[in-house]
Ligand binder design. Structure first.
Ligand code: ADP
Length: 609
């Protein structure tokens, strides 16, 4: 029963793969199908014509070379030439159609994979199983729907030819078709079993292949370039890369070697059976039971028929094994995000009118035993800037991630004006937040475009770009770029301009301004800034959060001090709250850290750093 169920699953995969192929390239697929039929029939026509041509030449020869007989032979020769020409044309056009079809299908599948990757929860990126599955879905699996179509098509085409050959052979002796098929059986077994073994190995080695890509990225990507040089890590990563590749290569070659030797053995067996059959016909011609044309037909059928049956059975094996690969692709496409909105989401707010509230929240990252937040209560009043300060690892960014619903709390809830955020559509919720991350993305786009990405769902508004850029203090350096707002940023592409860390951050701030969302979340917005511009920064942040609900995460007290309310977080819990002066007066952890930071800043100023 289970076996039957698994077989049904194969069918399901095939149906789905062929539906993908058809919807991605219906026109090409239709032409391809017609070519397939033509290619199935042509070899038979050719073989049959061979017999007629040989026999008519022999007849013309026997008749003393009479013009009528010679003319007939020439006519058949021309028809045979025409068939060959059609076969050639179909073959070459077929190559072009296949390439066009393959490109369309590959792009459609990439689009499906991309759409799915963006749709899934962030938590997926934190599990190696997800990365393995993604690697497999993007790797060999993505070419499998087309391969399935081709092997199915190949089976049909070869099937037509083989059936026609079998009919011709049958007319000579009933047992001849059986000899052809028998000769090809070992090829089938070999193809099926070796393909299956190869797939098993391929699946098991996806983790190793990802290690290889990782080492490769370390060596070629700009993010790692500086450290690789400073620590002279080139040789280290090259050795690691070569080590993994050597292992993968050796295993792959072992599989290919096994495939090679088994195929030679299967081919030799086929040859022996074919040789026997042709010898039988030669014997018959010798003793006058058959014509020379018959021997020609026989030779053709056996020389082509054997390899045809082999390839037919081989494609049948590939069709069967294809579903193993397709399973990887479909497993990935079928993953469902867990962070979803309810069927009927609550109406989304335009502004926060009272507050955002974390109520008794407890949260541990998947796979971690220590909670990142526990008994976490925090209120962000509407139209105010709230600062969250605390040492590294205290849980500040985690609070932001929960508010954006990258994760859901294990216990407790996050409420906006009293509504649990799980009641909103997560996409709409995120649309209502402007976030400046600690390490913002450095998009390789034109400066103006990069700012407008803050609200990609609306048409670019140049006025708004300029205003956001000015508010973020980015206008000055963008104007100095060779082509101002039209300058391509980043160094990956021709004519790209590189920015400093602080400039990238200002650009990201402009993007956040551009968004004009009612909730503003700033995670260490000044981490790349020198202390002199902090006052300037806060004024900018203030204007950005005007009539908005702001959360500012920082470890710099001189920034936090200007917020309306300050909360101190320690090991996932709020430990002190109040205004700057209240906290300093209370003499707690905030006051001690404030004194310490002021002392350090004072020293830095004295030493002129
Ligand atoms: P902060 O922003 O205050 O520096 P975080 O909120 O980033 O701190 O981290 C809080 C705790 O959660 C830390 O102990 C950190 O190691 C852990 N943590 C952060 N991100 C992840 C993650 N993606 N997976 C597992 N643990 C994490």
């Amino acid at each position: 029963m289970r076996g039957l169920f698994r077989k049904m699953k194969f069918l399901e995969h095939w149906k789905r793969a062929l539906a993908i192929v058809w919807s991605s390239a219906p026109g090409f697929t239709a032409v391809w199908a017609i070519f397939l039929l033509v290619q199935g029939v042509l070899p038979v026509a050719f073989v049959y014509l061979t017999k007629i041509v040989i026999d008519s030449i022999v007849a013309a020869n026997a008749g003393g070379g009479k013009w009528d007989d010679v003319g007939e032979a020439v006519f058949y020769l021309v028809v045979m030439g025409g068939t060959l020409l059609v076969a050639e044309v179909v073959k070459h056009l077929g190559v072009w159609i296949r390439a066009a079809q393959a490109e369309s299908i590959a792009d459609s599948i990439s689009d499906m994979v991309h759409r799915q990757a963006v749709r899934l929860d962030i938590v997926n990126y934190e599990t190696p199983e997800y990365h393995d599955l993604m690697e497999r879905a993007r790797g060999e699996s993505s070419g499998k729907p087309l391969e399935l179509l081709e092997s199915l098509g190949g089976s049909i085409r070869d099937g037509i030819t083989v059936l026609a050959f079998a009919a011709i052979l049958f007319s000579y002796a009933w047992w001849l078709p059986a000899v052809v098929i028998l000769g090809a059986v070992p090829s089938l077994i070999v193809a099926y079993r070796l393909d299956r073994d190869y797939h098993r190995w391929w699946k098991a080695s996806s983790n190793e292949r990802r290690w290889a890509s990782y080492y490769d990225a370390m060596l070629v990507h700009s993010d790692a370039a500086a450290e690789i040089r400073v620590f002279d890590l080139g040789r280290h990563f090259r050795n690691l890369y070569q080590g993994v590749r050597q292992k993968i290569r050796a295993e792959k070659l072992r599989h290919l070697r096994r495939q090679g030797t088994s195929r030679i053995a299967a081919g030799a067996f086929a040859l022996v059976t074919a040789g026997g059959a042709v010898a039988w016909m030669a014997y018959r011609v010798l003793y006058g039971f058959a014509s020379l044309g018959d021997l020609g037909v026989f030779y053709q059928i056996f020389s082509r028929g054997q390899s045809l049956v082999g390839s037919l059975l081989g494609s049948a094996g590939t069709v069967a094994n294809n579903s193993l690969y397709l399973e990887n692709l479909f497993d990935f496409l079928d993953l469902e995000p867990k962070i979803v909105g309810p069927e009927k989401p609550a109406p989304i707010f335009d502004r926060v009118s009272r507050s955002i509230e974390f109520r008794n929240v407890e949260f541990s990252y998947p796979g971690s035993t220590r909670p990142a937040l526990s008994d976490f209560d925090l209120e962000l009043p509407a139209n105010k800037v709230t600062a969250l300060v605390g040492v590294n690892g205290a849980g500040k960014s985690t609070a932001v991630k929960l508010l954006l619903r990258f994760y859901d709390p294990d216990r407790g809830s996050v409420l906006i004006d009293g509504t649990d955020i799980r009641n909103f559509d997560p996409v709409e919720l995120r649309r209502r937040a402007s976030v400046l991350f600690q390490f913002p993305m450095q998009y390789h786009a034109r400066a103006g475009e990069s700012i407008a990405l803050g609200a990609a769902d609306i048409e670019t508004d140049t006025e708004r770009v300029l205003e956001s850029s000015a508010n973020a203090g980015a206008h000055e350096f963008i104007s100095r770029l060779p082509e101002g707002y039209e300058t391509l940023l980043g160094k990956w592409f021709v004519d790209g301009a590189e920015l400093s860390g602080g400039e990238w951050q200002r650009l990201a701030l402009a993007r956040a301004f551009y968004r004009r969302a009612p909730i503003v979340l700033l995670d260490e917005p000044t981490s790349f800034m020198d202390s002199w511009s902090e006052a300037d920064w806060f004024e900018r942040l203030r204007s950005m959060t005007e009539r908005k609900t702001g959360l500012l995460i920082t470890h710099r007290f001189s920034i936090a001090k200007r917020a309306d309310v300050i909360h101190v977080i320690d090991r996932g819990r709020i430990v002190e709250s109040g205004s700057h002066s209240e906290l300093v007066r209370s003499g707690g952890a905030y006051a001690a850290s404030w004194d310490e930071q002021m002392r350090l800043d004072g020293e830095r100023i004295n030493y002129g750093t």
